[in-house]
Design a protein around this ligand. Structure first.
Ligand code: NAP
Length: 308
């Protein structure tokens, strides 16, 4: 099989880049994989684990001669890195990213890229609460969605090529508008993370229940909050700073619903609570029917490593 890209540059070598490196290599999708990261330690681990074929010390060196460049760093630093690599990009190459927010990345990265370079933002909806080069695994993207967010006028062949890469790594691919992406993700990922952070913070602050009681008696619901709230602080700080409007909109709606439920509890309105919980149960059922989560008790904890 011929390669989809001959040389891929991974900028950042954490969970997502590492998983991409392993998945691309396993499926024989690309020729050479060159990687780079901020610290020498991460670069050494990445080579040791075979996440890439070779590493470079600088971002500029990594992109030289690459026909695909993937920005796999926190959203807040993508603009600066784009400015740094722009003069070194090969003519006709594709630059993509895996950032969790799309409008802000387009605005930060797009203006730096020269004519003739295809810029196709992307976001794999797959991850875990672990980060760093040791956390990657080749199956991360299997049966997960990867969203491509091409701008108007982007070369269709370049988009098809990137789609083929994601499909080759096991992902399902959809194309989406940037603003709609940011709103959807505010609902499905960003606001839920904020709620998890809050709940874990509340438990930590509540002096009448000790930390050891929280840990010892943590029920399944709370344990899931703690798992989500263990996610990388840099990544999530950047997500909220860059997807501010959509997150605030959804948070506003969340607060209204929370107040309605609070009122139902105070008034003893069991019908309201029952109807509400019946509706939410149906949503859970449709997620399982769509194959996006497991129906195993306790989320099949022993087998399933992925979360959305
Ligand atoms: P990660 O495991 O924390 O890895 C981040 C990588 O970026 C590391 O190699 C780090 O290098 C490098 N880096 C950090 N700051 C940098 C800087 N200022 N300059 C250069 N390199 C820098 O992160 P990740 O989970 O793979 O996330 C990467 C991107 O994917 C983020 O934009 C995130 O929004 C997106 N994403 C994440 C998930 C998820 O669940 N984790 C899911 C989908 C998309 P060092 O190790 O040397 O510091």
């Amino acid at each position: 099989m011929s390669h989809i890209y001959e040389r891929v540059a991974l900028i950042g070598l954490g969970l997502i880049a590492g998983s991409m490196g392993l998945a691309m290599r396993r499926a024989g999708l690309v020729g050479e994989i060159v990687g780079t990261a901020r610290t020498a330690e991460t670069r050494d681990v990445a080579v040791g684990l075979g996440l890439c074929d070779r590493v470079t010390e600088t971002n500029a060196e990594a992109v030289q001669g690459a026909d695909l460049v993937v920005l796999c760093v926190p959203v807040g630093v993508m603009g600066a890195i784009a400015a740094e690599i722009a003069p070194h990009l090969a003519p006709g190459c594709t630059v993509t990213d895996v950032g969790s927010v799309k409008r802000a990345v387009i605005e930060a990265v797009g203006p730096h890229l020269p004519e003739g370079v295809h810029f196709i933002p992307a976001h794999p909806l797959a991850g875990t609460e672990h980060s760093g080069p040791n956390s990657g695994f080749a199956d991360l993207f299997r049966n997960r969605w990867s969203l491509l967010v091409p701008q108007e006028g982007t070369d269709e062949a370049a988009v098809a090529r990137l789609r083929a890469l994601w499909e080759g790594m096991g992902a399902n691919v959809d194309v989406m508008d940037a603003d709609h992406h940011d709103l959807v993700l505010a609902v499905t990922s960003h606001t839920p993370h904020l709620i998890a952070y809050t709940m874990v913070g509340v438990a930590d602050d509540l002096r009448r229940v000790t930390d050891s009681e929280v840990i010892k008696y943590s029920a399944a619901g709370f344990r899931d909050f703690t798992r989500i709230a263990a996610s990388d602080p840099t990544m999530w700080r950047d997500v909220f700073l860059t997807n501010r409007e959509a997150t605030l909109e959804i948070l506003g709606r969340f607060t209204e619903e929370l107040f309605a439920l609070q009122r139902a509890i105070r008034k003893g309105d069991g019908d309201h609570l029952f109807d509400y919980f019946t509706r939410t149960r149906a949503i859970r059922r449709s997620i399982i029917e769509a194959g996006q989560d497991t129906d195993a008790p306790d989320f099949g904890r022993s087998g399933d490593r992925t979360k959305t």
